[in-house]
Design a protein around this ligand. Structure first.
Ligand code: FE
Ligand code: FE
Ligand code: ZN
Length: 276
């Protein structure tokens, strides 16, 4: 079964977001765990979460993705930013236990001049401090475009993070098509080569979700500007190959394209028609 959804706002609660996903033809979705600008998260009403869990079961939803705020930088050169990020990560992972068995995705971070080696070790330390043996969530490292001092635009960097994490049976990767393209991985002309490289360096089994986005910019531009499906440099043919690839087709695909809710419904319908 094709698992497709989009990023949605959680502001009206968990059951409401599940209903909205249904309305746009989705069977998965992504939401921010808290305001991306930071700050504390809303109190979770377990009854509301339970209503979502019921809805998801009834309508055969796949795993859903909670996305950490963009501002959560575990490898900032500023100690107070790192501490705030660690507190956010630890709190989010605790809260995820009210919705067990799902995915938690975050941007590894930007080393802000410290160098990738230092940044990677800070990310590892934070994950080792926040993750716990009894957790039921898989933590996903997102592939990044390599904008500024971002870590995670090379598969090798993600591998190093995975290797340093004690509970790395609970670590996976979310591949963002816009980001990998902007990072220089040619998923348009050589999808097979990119996936073979991913498998060789990270292991394809670690791949748990796809952010399906077109890109406003060219291969290797390190920009990270998402475009609507079929309207960017990746294009509908390459995106159709991605959703139908035997190694990817069973993963949840999440749209983070510049759309309102009707735009997401339209893209979901279109992509469903391209599933072979
Ligand atoms: Fe992201
Ligand atoms: Fe993404
Ligand atoms: Zn992005």
């Amino acid at each position: 079964m094709f698992k497709i959804g989009s990023h949605l706002s959680i502001s009206n609660g968990f059951e409401a977001i599940g209903k909205q996903a249904l309305e746009i033809g989705a069977n998965t979705f992504q939401f921010f765990t808290r305001n991306p600008r930071g700050g504390s998260a809303k109190k979770i009403e377990q009854s509301d979460v339970d209503a979502l869990i019921l809805l998801m079961k009834k309508h055969n939803f796949s795993q859903i993705i909670a996305h950490a705020p963009y501002t959560m930088n575990l490898c900032s050169s500023k100690p107070e930013t790192r501490e705030f990020a660690l507190n956010t990560l630890a709190d989010d992972l605790q809260r995820m236990e009210c919705l067990p068995g799902n995915l938690y995705n975050f941007h590894p971070g930007s080393h802000t001049g410290q160098g990738a080696e230092v940044g990677i070790s800070q990310i590892i330390n934070a994950l080792n401090a926040a993750m716990f043996k009894t957790m039921h969530t898989t933590v996903l490292l997102e592939t990044m475009a390599g904008k500024g001092s971002e870590i995670g635009s090379r598969f090798e960097e993600l591998r190093k993070i995975i290797d340093g994490v004690d509970l790395n049976d609970k670590i996976g990767v979310c591949l963002d098509t816009c980001h990998v393209f902007d990072a220089g991985y040619d998923i348009v002309n050589n999808l097979n080569g990119v996936l073979c490289e991913f498998d060789k360096i990270i292991g394809i089994k670690r791949l748990k979700a796809i952010h399906l986005n077109d890109s406003m910019n060219f291969l290797g531009c390190h920009k990270d500007r998402h475009q609507k499906i079929g309207q960017g440099a990746i294009g509908i043919n390459a995106l159709t190959r991605i959703i139908n690839d035997s190694r990817l087709k069973n993963l949840p695909f999440l749209l983070e394209t510049p759309n309102d809710i009707d735009g997401y419904a339209y893209e979901i319908k279109m992509l469903k028609s391209f599933v072979k």
